[in-house]
Write a new protein. Structure first.
Lengths: 476, 476
């Protein structure tokens, strides 16, 4: 009997791998160490829990410990892996005050990422949050709830919930003014969440546009929509620090010297891979700082894999390693590694950085390479066109303006990426572009795709096809 | 100066070709002969005009005669081309009681298709319609409108409208019971249109399921939804004839002998290409009966092209000629032929038979090959899987069941087709499958596409990916 498949981290990638390994090889021993109490929860759902659209924290769990047990996974919560010895093929585990060595046959590093807040001085003040994990989400909703209406049970967290933190914030007078620092997708989603609680929202963004990964056209549309929704925008303002009184945040101070009195702050300025565990091991990191992996998710060390927010994957356009922590690639890579470890070698597949974000009524999508400099680094001369077309036939009720950007390489006409924004079935159309990208199509080929048409759902020329037509015209 | 580019038919394919030819070569003479008065109207929008969601017939016109003129098109309405002489390179045109010969340099046959009703005896009775053309749509809505509310101006048809027919039906007591004969997409859309007028609807379908081109899973879902919506379904019933009294339809009589008293009937049992004009010419028809064309829309005769509902195109999966009259391919082929005639040779592109249809709240989509026999003829051993998954993350409000069928070739794993049905952004997801099909992906490759994920729009594994995962599993 070989040593077990040891998985470090009980979230999307880790538990997908564990589950798939056992489906592929039911006799394999699979041990998952999770340092915290929560497993397999939907990060992307947390803004909607804060907003109140999702009622209970439990609703965000896609796998319960009992279900993991049914699948045959030896799940150990509250077990922190503190060291890896790739020569001895063991990990060191701390749990309940004791430490032990666990041998592994195969090892998966699925330790995820953490929210970065260090650049903002004062981030540890009371009333400052990063929305990374369910305890953070619970604390924010507790704070937003008037104390006389607060009940820790209503958070629906069950055993894993850190009740003391939730109770602390639940007892406080709700904030009237909130600063959201960073207008990436977490920032934008949290603006919508705060807005549901009728607080005064100030959104700070160092650059001039929100959701920069989605490109200029989406950024401009989101800017306008946020402003119309009553959010005060501080774009081009870099937050220097958060000042407090009695340990609680009280003021946002910008590099420009401008100040704003606030009761709470959400810092969403980025995340970084949790690679500390690998320091001093021969497991190599990539240029991005995340773990370097091959087509099957293997690291530089035999039988050691990495997946999810801690790992690089291969970019579908450049073929180069890229780090873009997103939900589907984490699940997909975990699942593929589980199959491989179980004996059915399976590629993790490339990533395109396809993402969607909702900003109030706006649906946004992006995929591939939108940035000219990034394209140049990869050897492409990026050409871009942006069009606005209807989401349905113009005469059909509900047709809404849909703005599509497509990018291509000037020399080869190869599609490089795209973005989309609108209010009617806009985000989901990015999947058409992502598929065209994954299949290596040129813009001319995309223009000739036989997409669907029916007045209530799409005009004769879908906005994606209109964009392809225009971009193809400018490539000729 | 060469002889003009002569286009026969002033609808989607014809006017797309004329417009594109002039954009490509502004000096070219382009003449379009349209035998009727309407040009460039949205066939697919007519059910929504009957329903009343689209207010005026004019709203369905995508190009007005004045706009055609601005583009430099010599548009002649009320001009019927009655003969083609490919040796003399002329067409014979009848207009206003006179006949003349028009020489052509290039010729496009874009005569469209006509609704088939002959198999149903009694189809010419008063109160029987086929919904092919705006005059039919106007007549139906006029009939549904109570006489004291009827006003021919409110139809918004302008000059081209045949007012006498509209006035005839506008003066009649609205029907209480309507038979819809044929449950293809026109039949299903018309059921929804009639339902808005609060009539008793009976839907007859020879086979056991509606929208057979969409496959079994969609057919079953539509059946259930139509029944829940109060439509009386007569599936597996072949209509033999329509009986009348005083020239008006009075009864539907089925082959089984069963009868139903009705006040009106809509016959939607199919359409056929308008090829009469080509009888006796060397322009070859394909096996389907539509005009055979090559990759650039050329017929068997030099400088003679065909596009739109009258022409075959190449199927993206089989590479064989296929006839599938749909809006986008008509527009796309017309546009490509216009470019080619203008000097910029452009392929019309293959078709996948991608289609969408709305049935009350249900959104349906289909693409490629769903039928086992059809696949076998093309040399494929069709394997199919059908799954049901959520349209959004399960915890997000509004997540709806979405049923996806994917088909593949057993030997190669190549994707052959797909269908989808659901109530939340379902139809538009068929574009992902259509693009994968157009790019020749295998099911394994489709499974690895990096599609978007955000709780409000799509779960981590989009229903299309779930279907690919399951089908890929059954192929292994």
């Amino acid at each position: 009997m070989s040593d077990p498949f040891v998985v470090v981290g009980g979230d999307a990638a880790g538990l997908s791998a564990a589950s798939k390994c056992l489906r592929t090889d039911p006799d394999r021993d699979v041990v998952v160490f999770e340092k915290g109490e929560w497993i397999s929860y939907a990060h992307c759902g947390t803004p909607y829990f804060v907003k109140g659209e999702v009622d209970r924290l439990e609703d965000l769990l896609s796998l319960s410990p009992a279900e993991a047990d049914e699948r045959g996974i030896d799940l150990r919560r509250g077990h922190a892996v503190v060291a890896v010895d790739t020569d001895a093929r063991t990990v060191t585990v701390e749990a309940g005050g004791t430490t032990f060595e666990q041998p592994y046959g195969d090892l998966l590093i699925a330790t995820g990422a953490h929210a970065v807040s260090e650049p903002i001085e004062g981030s540890s003040l009371d009333g400052v949050f990063t929305l990374h994990g369910l305890d953070h989400a619970a604390a924010i909703r507790a704070y937003l709830t008037p104390p006389d209406e607060f009940d820790v049970e209503s958070l629906g967290g069950g055993d894993p919930l850190d009740e003391s933190v939730a109770e602390h914030y639940g007892a406080m007078t709700p904030p009237e003014t909130v600063a959201v620092v960073g207008a990436g997708y977490v920032g934008v989603e949290m603006v919508e969440a705060f807005d549901a609680w009728d607080v005064d929202i100030h959104l700070f963004q160092r650059s001039g546009r929100p959701v920069p990964a989605f490109g200029e056209a989406v950024g401009d549309a989101v800017t306008e929509h946020l402003r119309e929704s009553g959010v005060t925008l501080h774009f081009g303002e870099e937050v220097a620090r958060l000042d407090g009184a009695d340990g609680h945040v009280q003021r946002v101070v910008c590099e420009s010297g401008s100040e704003l009195a606030v009761d709470a702050a959400l810092v969403g300025i980025g995340i970084a891979p949790n690679t500390d565990l690998l320091e001093g091991t021969p497991v190599e990191l990539g240029e991005s700082g995340a773990v370097a992996t091959d087509a099957c998710g293997r690291t530089s060390v035999e039988d050691v894999y990495a997946a999810g927010d801690v790992a690089e994957m291969s970019h579908v356009v450049t073929g180069e390693p890229t780090w873009g922590p997103l939900g589907l690639p984490a699940n997909r890579a975990g699942r593929a590694i589980g199959a491989t470890v179980g004996g059915d070698q399976t590629p993790v597949g490339p990533v395109a950085g396809t993402a969607m974000v909702k900003a109030f009524d706006l649906e946004c999508g992006r995929t591939g390479i939108l940035d000219r400099d990034r394209a140049r680094e990869a050897g492409f001369d990026l050409v871009s066109e942006t069009i606005t077309a209807g989401s349905r036939s113009g005469y059909y009720p509900g047709a809404a303006e849909t703005t599509v950007t497509l990018t291509a390489d000037r020399d080869t006409g190869r599609l490089l990426g795209g973005s989309i924004v609108g209010t009617d079935r806009a985000a989901i159309r990015i999947d058409t572009v992502a598929t065209a990208l994954g299949a290596d199509l040129t813009v001319a080929e995309l223009e000739r795709q036989d997409l669907g048409y029916a007045p209530p759902f799409s005009p004769v020329w879908d906005p994606v096809l209109v964009a392809a037509k225009v971009l193809n015209g400018s490539l000729e």
